[in-house]
Design a protein around this ligand. Structure first.
Ligand code: FAD
Length: 311
């Protein structure tokens, strides 16, 4: 119970990885192969995202179940309120519980693709906190609960103070740990953590780090989310922006340096948004000396036939 919270508090500097459900069966198979290899890096847990439109929801449940039971990975299943009447929420929670998934990342979710404003569905929840309260009321302490936090303030939030207050309410309602939106300004993140502590948010706060893959993708992502990018990063990228490989290597170096500074400032570990890619995450961990050696890792309860049957 609450395994992730305990792991964060007790262990060495930890790492965790986020994945999303692929669109094709081949993609799912590739993801399982990646789980097998990346398990050897010793992540404390992995996350699998939830498609807010509901399209790949069953796949999220299935991937989480396999990650937990086949690959022996402590799994944090994302769950959103978008288009999710309480019956569907219950289905997801029951299935998670059945397969031994003990961690839910409780989110409101974004509007489905093409829809501008978020609206609550009939017999559903308006905010992540309503989902947290529902899980606590109906499942007691079976699930550890993670919640999302925004160092640069969530776009729908009336103000920075309100955003922090809402975050504290989520933690007070049962959130055991926070994972942040991605950022590239470490000072800004560290200040936000101080602001959280100042209003009495005492749970672990994990920094979400997004490796840079290509210049265009990076610029689109930061624009879409209104993420601050320190000038020196843009300057460094300018001369290499057409060279995808050089950009990728720069991203690895940048995230390594960011991680070092975070860890030096007492942050307990790093959460990597892998985008289902392996190399950047692996090299960052190797650079930090956090990649667990293969000998230390227990053999996985690994069973290829189950994996293939499920596809
Ligand atoms: P909430 O905490 O409910 O907040 C939503 C907004 O309402 C905020 O602006 C908040 O300040 C405001 N608010 C909260 N309470 C109140 C109140 N009582 N009155 C008025 N306003 C209030 N999306 C997905 O679809 N799938 C995923 O798997 C996914 N994973 C994510 C993982 C991480 C680490 C992060 C940071 C985000 C993720 N998201 C995901 C995106 C997330 O769903 C969106 O950012 C969404 O818009 C907000 O979700 P939330 O849980 O933070 O919402």
């Amino acid at each position: 119970i609450k395994k992730i919270e305990k792991a964060i508090q007790q262990k060495r500097t930890f790492c965790s990885f986020e994945y999303f459900p692929p669109k094709t069966p081949q993609g799912v198979n590739n993801l399982y192969d990646r789980f097998e290899r990346m398990a050897l890096l010793g992540p404390e847990f992995i996350d699998v995202t939830w498609n807010a439109g509901g399209v790949t929801s069953d796949l999220t449940i299935e991937i989480c179940s396999n990650a937990q039971t086949v690959y022996g990975l402590e799994t944090n299943m994302h769950l959103t309120c978008t288009n999710m009447p309480v019956e569907k929420i219950d289905h997801a929670l029951r299935e998670a519980k059945k397969s031994g998934v003990q961690n839910i990342f409780a989110l409101r979710g974004d509007p489905p693709r093409g829809v501008k404003d978020w609206t609550k569905c009939e017999n559903g929840f308006a905010y992540a906190i309503d989902l947290i309260r529902y899980i606590k009321k109906n499942y007691g302490d079976f699930f550890g609960i993670g919640v999302a936090g925004y160092p640069e303030v969530h776009p729908d939030s009336p103000s920075k103070e309100d955003d922090l207050r809402f975050l504290k309410e989520k933690v007070d309602a049962g959130g055991d740990f926070i994972i942040s939106q991605y950022f590239y300004d470490v000072d800004l993140f560290l200040q936000w953590v101080k602001d959280c502590r100042a209003i009495g948010i005492n749970c672990p706060i994990l920094p979400g780090l997004l490796p840079i893959q290509t210049y265009d993708k990076f610029i689109n992502m930061v624009r879409m989310n209104g993420t601050s990018v320190p000038d020196y990063i843009l300057k460094d990228l300018e001369p290499i922006k057409e060279d995808d490989q050089a950009v990728k290597e720069y991203g690895i170096k940048l995230l390594t340096e960011m991680s070092k500074k975070l860890i030096a400032n007492g942050i307990p570990g790093i959460h990597i948004y892998t985008m289902n890619l392996e190399r950047s995450a692996r090299v960052i961990l190797e650079n930090l000396g956090l990649a667990q050696s293969q000998e230390v890792v227990k053999p996985l309860p690994w069973n290829r036939s189950l994996k293939n049957n499920r596809l």
